[in-house]
Design a protein around this ligand. Structure first.
Ligand code: PHE
Length: 396
């Protein structure tokens, strides 16, 4: 019976095709009921998958993938379709990727990017196109607020901002380490390191400290001898290094070789398995979360992440803050789509903005007037065995 049906159907189809070719009328068959259009939310993920900070991109993709997998590739009734893009940690590349994703791939939302210097220009493109964008990790204030101080309504982040991170570091240095003088080194072409350097200085001086040297360098510099000579002459009690791990590795090594054997501190940019743990043994940085936090959100995440991803030795991988925040950013977006019950950018951004105490790995999420979640910061201490000591958590 089945076979007969198949043959008849094949005949009907071929007749139809032939009839179509010949211009004659196709035999009338009852029209099949139109299949309901599948509801889809297409999400672009933008991260530095290659280039100078590629561990940031790898962790971000892992966090995103784990979140959509745990959600069963669904946000409410909407099927999640992901499009991945590599910005190579370069602002121009980032804008190209975002523009292509929006215009050609027709993504309806964006998760990313990682570095503030890339997320800032991408946010302009997304906001102008009414595409909700949420970065897990870009901490510079200019990501969600433009030069004139106007909030970009479609842009959100899952992390705290640098004024808070700078404040926490400055307080820790003055109150806990009890140090009174500091030198700061920063990359003058990178919004993140500029912003953090300024915020640390501001808060350190407010707390009674003195910044004896504030020196900048360029993105491609690798020899910091001249700068470090100037700094060493001022005899600072500590060095504040608000850059990404690859630069911090170079600077710290050269500073120690110069005899600048002082405590060093940095920001979230230190968080990488490729940090030089031996050189930076005992140093501190502010970060978004500690995998040692006992909250169930953290422990469930650490467990499922380790089941899905393995480290170089085949052991369960320990998620860094980049992975945790990409996971959080993705879940915030999925929740927005679910609550809005829509893939319309305007409805999604309204739903995200209205979230109130949404549970996430890095803390409960409610957005302030500038689309920033109010979050605590953790202070971690680098250990040469490639682990971190959890020093303390500081609330806003
Ligand atoms: N906060 C950094 C920036 O805005 C990015 C970053 C976040 C890097 C977390 C590492 C860990 O550029």
């Amino acid at each position: 019976m089945k076979r007969v049906f198949a043959v008849v159907m094949a005949l009907v189809l071929s007749l139809g095709i032939l009839a179509g070719c010949g211009g004659a009328k196709a035999p009338t068959t009852p029209a099949a009921p139109a299949a309901p259009a599948e509801k889809v939310i297409k999400i672009g993920v933008i991260a530095p998958m290659t280039g100078d900070v590629k561990t940031f991109g790898e962790s971000t993709k892992n966090g995103f993938d784990l979140a959509i997998q745990q959600a069963g590739l669904k946000a409410g009734d909407y099927k999640v379709v992901a499009v991945y893009g590599d910005d190579k940690n370069d602002p121009t590349e980032g804008v190209n990727v975002a523009t292509k994703m929006i215009n050609q791939d027709k993504v309806q939302a964006i998760v990313g990017s990682v570095s503030s210097k890339v997320s800032i220009p991408i946010s302009e493109v997304a906001n102008a196109n009414k595409i909700p964008m949420i970065t897990g990790t870009s901490t510079n204030t200019k990501v969600t607020v433009d030069e004139k101080g106007v909030v970009k309504p479609y842009i959100f982040r899952a992390c705290f901002i640098d004024p808070f991170q700078g404040l926490v570091a400055a307080k820790f240095v003055t109150e806990n380490l009890k140090l009174k003088t500091a030198a700061i080194m920063y990359d003058k072409g990178n919004d993140y390191t500029v912003g953090l350097a300024e915020q640390f200085k501001l808060n350190f001086e407010k707390a009674g400290g003195k910044v004896v040297a504030m020196e900048s360098y360029g993105k491609d510099d690798a020899d910091f001898n001249a700068v470090l000579t100037n700094i060493a002459a001022k005899k600072p009690e500590m060095l504040y290094l608000p850059d990404y791990y690859n630069k911090v590795n170079l600077i710290a090594k050269q500073a120690l070789a110069k005899g600048l054997k002082v405590p060093m501190m940095g920001g979230d940019g230190w968080d990488s398995g490729d940090l030089d743990f031996v050189t930076l043994d005992g140093m501190y940085f502010t970060n978004h979360y500690s995998e040692k936090d006992t909250r169930p959100e953290v422990q469930n995440f650490v467990k499922t992440y380790g089941e899905k991803y393995k480290d170089k030795d085949g052991k369960p991988a320990v998620p860094d803050a980049l992975a945790a925040l990409a996971f959080d950013a993705t879940n915030i977006l999925l929740q927005g789509v679910k609550v809005a019950n829509s893939n319309d950018g305007t409805k999604i951004k309204d739903a995200i903005k209205a979230l109130n105490g949404f549970p996430s790995v890095s803390g409960k999420v409610s957005f302030d007037a500038s689309n920033n979640p109010v979050k605590a910061a953790a202070i971690l201490q680098v250990k040469k065995d490639k682990t971190y000591g959890f020093v303390t958590t500081v609330n806003p």
